[in-house]
Design a binder for this molecule. Structure first.
Ligand SMILES: Nc1nc2c(ncn2[C@@H]2O[C@H](COP(=O)(O)OP(=O)(O)O)[C@@H](O)[C@H]2O)c(=O)[nH]1
Ligand SMILES: [Mg+2]
Length: 594
């Protein structure tokens, strides 16, 4: 992989993890995970990126970590094979990482951006109790013949692991722990299972670090029992095994200050173990990098899970928007479409019926038939006038849409206020409502409404007109209809006239108007059916147009609103999308290095 590509990739992954860390730190329930995210980012910056950029494997790094006062500085002392100031009881707490290196060797620490995060290297030797985001490299004169690990390793004495708060000196510890090829985890007889160091040990093992456990300060005779106890109580509950568990019993003062000379029995097994883990150097580093990559890849979902609550809240917002959208559509249907008569269709019906009358000469016959149909026409008028109720006045469409929109907004607003305390997303929405979101919604709505009006055009007018125009344009069908109707009427009259000359003179007088009325009634009935069908079709089409032009786009716009405008949620979505992809690329890049 090209160097610039590697750099861009590792930078993006480290930055995304840093963003997630920051995000986690803002949420009390995710604070512990902030530390893990820092550690994950540090693996990328301190280990994987330098490796892909071709940094030398030398020196390896061994970090000594554990709870406060466990004996870390004592172990660092043993590893270096020199008498270090830090193991002096008066040395005070270690507040920043201190690396020990041989007096003369050149040290190639990666120079890439982000190595050890925000830790600055001190130029001069300072007390390790200096509480600042720094690290220092101290040169030690290990005496000739004192076999130590400094030829291969930088030995890092770390700050205590006492809290998961991702502030203070814990990030400094996490940076060095991530850097390390080997970790010596120190636990004392007094406090071997404190919650925070144990959780830290779990993270180290989960991420595939080579961990050597050093149990300290027990009586020599109790050592095997303590090892077994620690194994049972702590190690057996871990996600992976430690490389080895060694013991350093309570030392005398003389042994403590100069273990090389005075306590070789305890010191040599530790030194040997660490030495072996760095053999050969290149393979040791490759193992570190591959484990780190495997950890990131297999824990990618876990790492982004600090954003899960946000995703759930975002989905909740989406549901709320949808719910009020459905109500908006229902209200338009109920308050406008259901009561709107579309009067234009009644006119169309009249035109249609007129059309079915015979033109020209036929008009005379039609007029005659009108007279014959009089009883029907009159009684129909009478019945209708009795049945007709005054129309319910429909509110103008725009007014109804406006008040449905207000309902939509009110519902969102009320719910957001109610859920505000439960998640930052709802606070974000509330803030929006207090600063211009409503105006933006209305603007969005107005735009949509214009689109709706254009889409609607003279839809009603057109459909209504088509009812008779289609027939007008089709003379064959029109004449067929007219002819059929006329034929039925004439047949009725002729049939009735057959009774003339019989003694049943009253029959035709009743039958003729009756038959013509029945025919007209049937024509009216089917004509009305047809026009009502068209009217209903128009309602359905209009409802679809409102959805297409107004409520669907507004729904989409509202659903996406929290993830736009450069908000944290926008960035979160970007990370959730690209982080897994980038990890895949990282895995491929690491696999590609021989
Ligand atoms: N007497 C005695 N004191 C010890 C032993 N191991 C550690 N200490 C003391 O315990 C304290 C903490 O040890 P140190 O190595 O500084 O622990 P750290 O805080 O983890 O670095 C120091 O005062 C050490 O001198 C031991 O084996 N014997
Ligand atoms: Mg110390």
């Amino acid at each position: 992989m090209d160097q610039p590509v590697v750099r861009t990739l590792t930078k993006a992954i480290a930055e995304d993890l840093a963003w997630l860390e920051e995000h986690a730190r803002k949420q009390p329930q995710h604070v512990a995970q902030a530390a893990e995210l820092r550690y994950a980012a540090a693996l990328v910056r301190n280990v994987i990126a330098p490796y892909l950029e071709g940094q030398s494997s030398q020196p390896l790094h061994v970090a000594v970590a554990g709870g406060a006062g466990a004996g870390k500085s004592t172990i660092a002392n043993m590893l270096c094979g020199a008498v270090l100031a830090e193991s002096n009881p008066q040395a005070g707490f270690t507040r920043h990482p201190v690396a020990y290196a041989p007096a003369t060797a050149a040290i190639n620490l990666p120079s890439g951006l982000g190595f050890l995060g925000s830790l600055r290297r001190l130029d001069t030797v300072q007390p390790s109790s200096l509480d600042s985001d720094v690290y220092q490299v101290r040169r030690v004169n290990h005496e000739a013949g004192q076999f130590g690990v400094l030829d291969k390793y930088l030995v890092w004495d770390c700050p205590d692991m006492t809290t998961w708060a991702a502030t203070g000196y814990v990030p400094r510890l996490l940076e060095v722990a991530a850097l390390a090829d080997v970790i010596v985890y120190v636990a004392s007889d007094e406090r071997y299972n404190d919650e925070v160091p144990t959780e830290f040990l779990r993270l180290l093992l989960r991420s595939g670090k080579m961990v050597v456990v050093c149990l300290m300060k027990m009586k020599e005779a109790d050592a095997p029992a303590f090892v077994a106890h620690f194994q049972r109580e702590v190690l057996d509950k871990m996600p992976a095994a430690a490389v080895a568990t060694l013991t350093v019993p309570q030392l005398t003062y003389a042994e403590l200050v100069d273990p090389s000379r005075n306590a070789p029995v305890h010191r040599v097994p530790i030194v040997n173990q660490i030495f072996v883990l760095g053999e050969p150097v290149k393979a040791a580093r490759q193992r570190t990098v591959r484990s780190a990559t495997a950890y990131l890849t297999s824990h990618k979902d876990h790492l982004v899970s600090v954003a899960r609550d946000d995703l759930i809240a975002l989905q909740g917002w989406g549901h709320l928007v949808k719910e009020s959208h459905v109500e908006f559509d229902a209200r338009y249907r109920r308050e406008y479409l259901a009561t709107e008569k579309f009067r234009r269709f009644d006119e169309a019906l009249v035109r249609l019926l007129e059309l079915l009358e015979l033109p020209g000469v036929g008009r005379f016959a039609s007029k005659t038939l009108d007279v014959l149909r009089l009883p029907y026409t009159l009684s129909k008028k009478f019945v209708l006038s009795v049945l007709a109720r005054p129309d319910m006045a429909t509110m103008p469409e725009r007014q109804i849409l406006d008040s449905a929109l207000s309902g939509w907004i009110d519902h969102l607003r009320k719910e957001a206020a109610r859920r505000g305390p439960h998640h930052l997303l709802w606070q974000h929405v509330n803030q929006g409502f207090n600063s211009g979101l409503i105006d933006a919604i209305k603007e969005q709505f107005n735009d949509s409404f214009r689109g709706f009006q254009i889409g609607l055009g003279d839809e009603v007018e057109r459909t209504a007109r088509a009812i008779y125009e289609d027939l007008e344009k089709n003379p064959v069908a029109l004449n067929a209809f007219r002819g059929t109707k006329f034929a039925f009427e004439i047949a009725g009259i002729v049939g009735a006239a057959a009774f003339l000359g019989t003694g049943w003179i009253a029959v035709p007088l009743i039958l003729i108007p009756l038959s013509t009325s029945v025919v007209q009634m049937l024509v009216d009935f089917f004509g009305k059916q047809y026009v009502d069908f068209q009217r209903e079709q128009t309602r359905t089409r209009q409802e679809a147009l409102v959805a297409q032009h107004i409520s669907n786009p507004l729904d989409q716009w509202l659903t996406q609103w929290p993830t736009t405008g450069g908000s944290a949620y926008q960035h979160m979505q970007l990370i959730l999308r690209r982080f897994p992809e980038n990890l895949q690329k990282l895995q491929a890049a690491v696999d590609g290095v021989q």
